[in-house]
Design a protein around this ligand. Structure first.
Ligand code: IMP
Length: 191
């Protein structure tokens, strides 16, 4: 059972992100619905600014309590590339392109960062961040998840990529789960 008033809308078209969020928020008895509206996605170096702008725009369009999540993969040997441009890089060169850029690179440290921005009709956006440290694998491994999951091995994950984990396991290590847990703690204590 979910307590009254504990329903938020996740503005996303990504069913994988939604399923990850649904599981995390259920730990806090917060119900979440997927809202497929087109919220603005500004170009910015900071995930927080991108997520906050999206949440503000989504509230204007639907008048509901919403959150928007923006994530990126930051590779240390590439000076943080692709970072906030991960979506474009995924669509263009993809996981294979990243592995090619990392050919003959020994230092494979990388991290995922997530920014969850919540806003409501009478609220200014509030942002929560999460980070998952790990390494870029030598080859693609696994078939679950999405995006760069097949080439990212989170620290402590026994050299398995996110794509070799179940969604429940991924939520133990992921950037998104960490940001969502911070959001859920705030949301359930602030109201
Ligand atoms: P978005 O803008 O938050 O959708 O994320 C940008 C890109 O980063 C996406 O196109 C995905 O390819 C990638 N990405 C974001 N989060 C994850 C994740 O949890 N696993 C794998 N790739 C991700």
């Amino acid at each position: 059972m979910f307590p009254r008033g504990r329903l938020v809308f996740f503005v996303t078209c990504n069913i994988h992100k939604f399923n990850e969020a649904r599981r995390v928020l259920a730990e806090y008895k917060v119900a979440v619905a997927m809202l497929k509206i087109k919220a603005v996605e500004i170009q910015d170096d900071k995930l927080e600014s991108i997520a906050k702008a999206g949440a503000t725009d989504a509230v204007k369009k639907c008048g509901l309590p919403v959150f928007v999540e923006d994530a990126g993969l930051f590779i240390e040997a590439l000076n943080g590339f692709p970072g906030p441009y991960s979506s474009y890089v995924y669509r263009t060169i993809g996981t294979k392109g990243i592995l090619k850029l990392m050919e003959n690179v020994d230092k494979r440290d990388a991290y995922f960062q997530s920014a969850v921005a919540f806003s409501g009709p009478k609220e200014t956006p509030k942002c929560f961040q999460g980070k998952a440290k790990g390494k870029i694998s030598m080859e693609e491994c696994g078939s679950s998840g999405f995006g760069f999951d097949p080439i990212f091995e989170p620290s402590g994950g026994h050299k398995r990529t996110f794509a070799e984990m179940t969604p429940i396991e991924k939520n133990e290590y992921s950037h998104r789960a960490e940001a969502l847990r911070k959001f859920a703690k705030w949301y359930t204590s602030a109201r």
